[in-house]
Design a protein around this ligand. Structure first.
Ligand code: SF4
Length: 364
C-alpha cells in the first residue's frame, strides 16, 4: 500500500479572526468530545484500507481541542501510521500550550505549525488576532521544552500597516526563533468574513504594495536561508511540509472533519461545513473525479519544481504530447519573466507566482 496523507479538520476557535473563512465554531467540552469520538470512528472505517505517512491537524484551532483529544485521535490512527510519519499540529500562540505540547509530543507529534502572522503587535491587532509577539516567543519555548523542534511559522502579507521594515522584522523574527519552515500568505478579503462586511474597515494594502511586500519576503527569506518551494512556502535544509506537498503533487489524502476534503482512488469528496451533521454520522459526499491533467498542471505549477516532463510521462499515458502542448504556450509568458520553460521543466518565477491564476489559465 502506498502511504497517503491523513488530514483532520478541527473546527473550533475561541473567536473568529476578521480575515478567516475556514470553517470553525465556538465549542464547549461536550461538543468537542462528541467531535473527537466521531473523528475516531471515521478513522476506523479506513483501518486496513490505507497507510499514512503524514497526519496533519489543521483548523480551526487544534490547540483549542486540547492535547488529550488530539492524542486520542492519533491513537485511533496509530495502526495506519508509518514509523516515520510526519505528524503536524497547528496551534494558536494565545492558547495555554504547556499541557497541549507535552501531550501532543508524547502521542507522537513531531511538527508544529504556529500562527505567528506578524512579529509586530500593531499588525496583529489589525488582523484581530488574540496573541501578541511575546506569546509566540513563549509558545516556541514551550514547544521546544516538550521536544517539538520542527517548527513552522505563518506570516500574513499585506495589511495596510505593514511596511518594508516591519515585514523584515517579521521575517528576521522567524529566523531568530529558529523556525525550520515559513508559510507567507497574502491577505485576501474573502466573502462572508468579518473583513468583508462593513463592521470592519478593511485593513488591506493596495495590490502594488502587496506585490512589493511579497517579492521582498521572498528575497529576505532567501537571505535568511529559507528556500522557496511553493508560492507561499519556504523551508530550511529540506524541512518541507511533507503533508502539504501531497496536495501540490496531486497525491492521495483523506480529510476527516466538517469541511475537510479528500482525494482518494481518483475521486474528490468532502464533508459539509456542519459540525452537528458530522457528529450525527453524515458521510463525506462525492464531488467529482479528480487528478486529470489540467488539475495536475494547476497544482504542480504552484511548486518551484514546476511541471516536469518525466513526472508527466510517468503519470499520464500520452505524457510527452501533453507536456509539449503546455510548453508550446509558454513563449510570451517566459519573455515577460513570469516563468522559465524548457524541454524538461516549466516553472513559475516569483513574479509569475504573483499572477499565478492568470498564468496557469493561459497554460491550460
Ligand atoms: S485564522 Fe485560525 S484562529 Fe483565526 S478564525 Fe481562522 S482558524 Fe480560527
Amino acid at each position: 500500500m502506498t502511504p497517503i496523507g491523513l488530514y483532520i479538520h478541527v473546527p473550533f476557535c475561541v473567536k473568529k479572526c476578521g480575515y478567516c473563512d475556514f470553517y470553525s465554531v465556538v465549542g464547549d467540552d461536550n461538543l468537542m468530545d462528541a467531535y473527537t469520538a466521531a473523528v475516531c470512528e471515521k478513522i476506523g472505517h479506513y483501518k486496513d484500507k490505507i497507510t499514512a505517512d503524514t497526519l496533519y491537524f489543521g483548523g480551526g484551532t487544534p490547540s483549542v481541542l486540547g492535547g488529550k483529544r488530539v492524542a486520542m485521535i492519533i491513537n485511533a490512527a496509530r495502526d495506519m501510521l508509518t514509523a516515520d510519519a510526519e505528524i503536524t499540529v497547528e496551534a494558536n500562540p494565545a492558547d495555554n500550550l504547556d499541557d497541549f505540547f507535552i501531550r501532543c509530543c508524547d502521542a507522537g507529534v513531531n511538527r508544529l505549525s504556529l500562527g505567528l502572522q506578524s512579529a509586530n503587535d500593531n499588525e496583529l491587532e489589525l488582523l484581530t488576532r488574540r496573541h501578541n509577539r511575546n506569546d509566540v516567543i513563549t509558545a516556541i519555548k514551550l514547544a521546544r521544552k516538550s521536544g517539538i523542534n520542527n517548527i513552522s511559522l505563518d506570516l500574513m502579507l499585506g495589511t495596510e500597516a505593514q511596511t518594508k521594515e516591519s515585514l523584515i522584522r517579521s521575517v528576521d523574527f522567524c529566523a531568530d526563533m529558529g523556525a525550520s519552515h515559513v508559510s507567507a500568505y497574502m491577505l485576501k478579503i474573502e466573502e462572508g468574513t468579518p473583513f468583508a462586511t462593513r463592521k470592519f474597515a478593511t485593513p488591506l494594502a493596495d495590490d502594488d504594495a502587496i506585490a512589493e511586500l511579497y517579492l521582498l519576503a521572498v528575497d529576505r527569506l532567501a537571505e535568511k536561508g529559507y528556500a522557496q518551494y511553493e508560492i507561499s512556502n519556504f523551508a530550511k535544509s529540506g524541512a518541507y511540509s511533507r503533508h502539504n506537498l501531497k496536495y501540490w503533487n496531486c497525491d492521495e489524502y483523506i480529510g476527516i472533519g466538517p469541511s475537510a476534503h479528500s482525494f482518494f482512488k481518483g475521486k474528490r469528496f468532502y464533508y459539509d461545513r456542519d459540525i452537528n451533521g458530522f457528529i450525527c454520522g453524515m458521510n463525506a459526499v462525492s464531488d467529482c473525479d479528480g487528478g486529470d491533467f489540467e488539475e495536475y498542471v494547476m497544482l504542480r505549477l504552484r511548486l518551484c519544481d514546476g511541471l516536469r516532463r518525466d513526472l508527466v510521462i510517468s503519470r499520464f499515458k500520452n505524457g510527452n504530447e501533453l507536456y509539449d502542448k503546455v510548453l508550446s504556450r509558454t513563449g510570451k509568458l517566459a519573455l515577460a519573466g513570469l516563468l522559465t520553460a524548457n524541454n524538461e521543466k516549466i516553472a513559475l518565477t516569483p513574479k509569475g507566482f504573483l499572477v499565478s491564476n492568470s498564468v496557469i489559465c493561459e497554460l491550460v
